[in-house]
Design a protein. Structure first.
Length: 485
């Protein structure tokens, strides 16, 4: 069989598998209520096992290429159905012990064939059973280049916002974040630990080989973390509300177990290859309600997601298998051959992964906003004007400023010693993007002043960051004496 006919063949094989899984939904119930199934089809268990064996044999024989994002989504959906089936096997008397063991083994083999970066022994359970039910926490991937920003973030979360969520500092091996740096950042506040993703995943795997830390480790840090409700934060994120707010009150998160944040609406029609690729990979799926509302996908804007903050409930099976797909996207070949060529960094992999595996997810209600201290008002319409800065801001479910990216610095690349406290914001305006990272960007629209509480939080966060910088210069004089980031 040629690979070109793979999708059509899988459609048939997948339907057969799903029909059998529908069977087991009934078989898993008390057998006394199902005399027809029990008496008229004594070989149903054999039929189910044979179907699963045929289905998985097909997948093993026709492995996927790094280009097959869409088909990986379909197979991941089937893996989720097998995992759900396995969870019900202990309650059914309609299958023999050998049949249950065969189904369990085939599920594990399929998980490992799709995601070979998982531990070889009990690959899915090694991840799912590591999750502490009900736990909540923050994961911040940190390397040497983002270390200073992460220290600022932690100081603000603990000393200004008084967040009590435990924090894990994720890194990829010793050279990514050496022991001296790990000890320093762990000492900044209570309940901070470090997490080497290579304590879970094999650094010699071809999926990671010769890799240094960077944005690609983010989904693997989430997989390795024990938190069920987990916030993934970029080191340069700045919070204006306690992050607990997302877990406790954000309607999108409470509804779906996934909260993502929008990027800026920019460059309409400027990336036709990107959109063509998305559409090709999604052509065998039904668009979600979230995708149907997307201005980026439906009106050809450039970038959907700002992945500086990701909120996930890993206790939901769909969320966890969606995270596996996202992690696969960020392995060596899919990332180098597709994400890096057609998108920017990891950010589009998040919504794309959940969409491809059919997992519900939510976005903030507006696209990326702006905060800044440089603003101009329209002389004719004083409520309108423009705000300029180097950051993207994000609001909560009721429109209040929640966080922004880019650090507490005015421009972390060009002005690494100059802090800035924003005073104004615009939500749902029109962006005018600078051509380079060194160039300021502006938004035109209805200008609002930040309230006293927001300005106080940001001012205190800057003071706290300045104290952290003093400690950094003492502890790491060669690296931070000149304000290097």
């Amino acid at each position: 069989m040629q690979l070109g006919s793979l999708a059509k063949s899988l459609q048939f094989v997948g339907i057969v598998g799903l029909v059998s899984l529908f069977f087991i939904t009934f078989l898993a119930q008390d057998s006394t209520t199902l005399p027809v199934w029990r008496t008229s089809s004594p070989s149903t268990g054999d039929h189910l096992v044979n179907t699963i064996e045929s289905l998985t044999d097909y997948f093993f024989d026709y492995t996927l290429r790094d280009a097959d994002f869409g088909e990986m989504g379909r197979r991941t959906e089937i893996l989720a159905e097998l995992i759900q089936l396995n969870s019900s096997l202990s309650n059914t008397r309609s299958l023999t012990s050998l049949q249950k063991e065969t189904i369990s083994n085939r599920t594990a083999e399929l998980a490992l064939s799709l995601f070979p970066f998982l531990p070889e022994q009990n690959p899915f359970e090694a991840i799912s059973q590591n999750i502490q039910p009900g736990s909540k926490g923050i994961v911040i991937p940190v390397g040497l280049n983002t270390f200073r920003y992460a220290c600022h973030l932690i100081s603000s979360l603990r000393n200004v916002l008084h967040s009590t969520l435990p924090i894990q500092i994720a890194h990829a091996g010793e050279t990514d974040l050496p022991i001296h740096y790990r000890e320093f950042i762990s000492s900044l506040a209570p309940d901070i630990s470090t997490l080497d993703i290579f304590s879970i995943f094999d650094p010699q795997s071809p999926f990671f080989k010769s890799e240094k830390g960077g944005w690609w480790i983010k989904p693997f840090a989430l997989l390795a973390s024990p938190f069920q409700h987990v916030l993934l934060l970029d080191a340069d994120a700045v919070f204006v509300q306690p992050p607990e707010t997302i877990f406790e009150r954000h309607e999108g998160y409470l509804d779906t177990g996934v909260l993502l944040f929008h990027d800026r609406l920019l460059w309409q029609g400027g990336f036709p290859d990107r959109h063509s690729w998305w559409e090709t990979q999604l052509k065998h799926t039904s668009p979600s309600a979230t995708l149907n509302k997307s201005l980026v996908y439906n009106e050809d804007y450039a970038e959907e997601c700002d992945s500086g903050v990701i909120a996930l409930d890993k206790g939901r099976l769909g969320v966890l298998v969606g995270l596996l797909h996202i992690a696969w996207q960020n392995t060596n070949l899919p990332r180098r051959n597709w994400l890096e060529k057609l998108t920017y960094g990891d950010k589009e992999s998040w919504w794309f992964g959940f969409e491809l595996v059919g997992t519900a997810y939510s976005f903030e209600q507006t696209y990326g906003s702006i905060v800044g201290s440089t603003y101009e008002r329209n002389e004719t319409f004083p409520s309108e004007g423009q705000v300029c800065s180097f950051v993207i801001a994000h609001v909560d479910h009721i429109g209040k400023l929640l966080w922004y990216n880019g650090s507490l610095l005015k421009n972390k690349i060009m002005q690494p010693l100059e802090f800035e406290v924003p005073t104004h914001r615009i939500v749902e305006g029109v962006w005018h993007k600078g051509a380079r990272k060194a160039d300021v960007s502006c938004m035109v629209g209805q200008v609002e002043e930040l309230n006293e509480d927001e300005i106080w939080i940001l001012s205190e966060s800057v003071k706290s960051a300045e104290e952290v910088d003093r400690k950094l210069r003492q502890e790491f004089p060669r690296r931070f004496a000149l304000g290097r980031p």
